[in-house]
Design a protein around this ligand. Sequence first.
Ligand code: NDP
Length: 478
Amino acid sequence: MNFEYAAAPESRSVVKIDPVYGHFINGKWVPGSAHFNTINPATEEVLSSISLGSAADVDAAVKAARNAFDKSWSKLSGRERGKYLFRIARIMQERAREFAVLETLDNGKPIRESRDVDVPLSAAHFFYHAGWADKLEYAGVDITTAPHGVVGQIIPWNFPLLMLAWKIAPALATGNTVVLKPAETTSLTALLFAQVCQQAGLPDGVVNIVTGDGSTGSAIVNHPGIDKIAFTGSTEVGKLIARAVAPTNKSLTLELGGKGANIVFGDAAIDETVEGIVNGIFFNQGHVCCAGSRLILQESVADEVLEKLKRRMDKIRVGDPLDKNTDLGAINSAEQLAKIRELTAAGEAEGAGRWSANCTLPENGFWFAPTIFTGVTQAHRIAREEIFGPVLSVLTFRTPAEAIEKANNTPFGLSAGIWSEKGSNILWASQQLRAGVIWANTFNKFDPASPFGGYKESGWGREGGRHGLSAYLKGSAK
Ligand code: NDP
């Protein structure tokens, strides 16, 4: 028997969205000279008009950040800085529902995820780094604990508030001031965060938020007054930034794309593994840099896993992101949907077998049914390129060595998963895999104390933990 769930929509009345937003510079709201709309990707409703940051706006923000660094923030003890971070973390918790609803409206992700993952983890990053602010000399960081100064930070749209927290919390804990640009399609929670900075009484200019598009990001990257750039986004833009920063004295960390391998050995606990595969690729609509987007199955269990996976995928509830029952929300933008469609069409054209879950997609907004491709080979684009959507490419292997060979056969190296009941198998495989984060018998688990980052084209440097702290100091982790 199948039970249907009654709709359980979260109320959006907790959220107040202004019709127009300016930039947050030097603790004040500064009107922009040009604007663009931000929409709800689940309905295409216009939510607000966002300012398009110019080079002059970026310059004003950098000057404010420099002034704050010189006159207030660098003069404070770590203990005092920590108090501000604790205050920000507590206010984020108090306003958690507001943040979660706003994130879901602007991004399209299910409220269950923004409420249970994005917002609590964001607050956790501020709590974690608040604790470090007065203990940096004990963090095992080499040479000096001096901050860089002014940090330019550019973030993507898939975890807007969480990526902001990953960037701002360690920067402030280590004594830097920041100019941050959120992604064009998801600025609203960063602008709400600016209100939290005001509420926390953070000194003016310590956090500056300039909204805009790639040209605004580029103005930050190329501004001579910035000491360090921290970027999360695509490998393509990361390479542009690396080139721009190379001839300067700026420090740089890059968190880029991925094509994570999720390896299932023949001895894995199949039912748990199927849940892990679903979490690995369908969490956040697959808009996850470390998603387990390549499933690498041992041939002996491939048929059983695929049959159970399809049965499970037919139960994924796709629809209104504000409904608390929803598992899979909207694709973040028309552009991203077009990219997913283009790559999945290439998968079919190149001969892989396509299967999509049986679900009804809403008429308005941007949607894509959970999909798997079987019979995928290394030569297929869907095995090599990041789709960044709810699409899983399935490959098979006979020997463990073949599994590792396939898993590592990618220009990326961000994440990987191993499913096996045998500890020795897990330890052996994890030592062979060239990936920054490796999960065993689980997937997509995050913690502020754990460093995160990639090998090869997945980036440089680590975020989180004491490794992440060191990236914001003029030294390196011991
Ligand atoms: P993009 O690289 O297109 O954009 C990232 C950010 O950079 C956005 O704020 C964007 O602005 C800005 N930007 C665009 N062009 C430039 C430029 N020339 N100079 C400076 N800034 C620029 O990535 P997406 O937003 O499309 O995000 C998806 C990608 O991010 C995926 O590849 C994913 O794997 C990766 N990612 C990596 C993570 C990690 O930790 N390794 C985590 C999350 C995502 P605008 O929004 O206006 O385009």
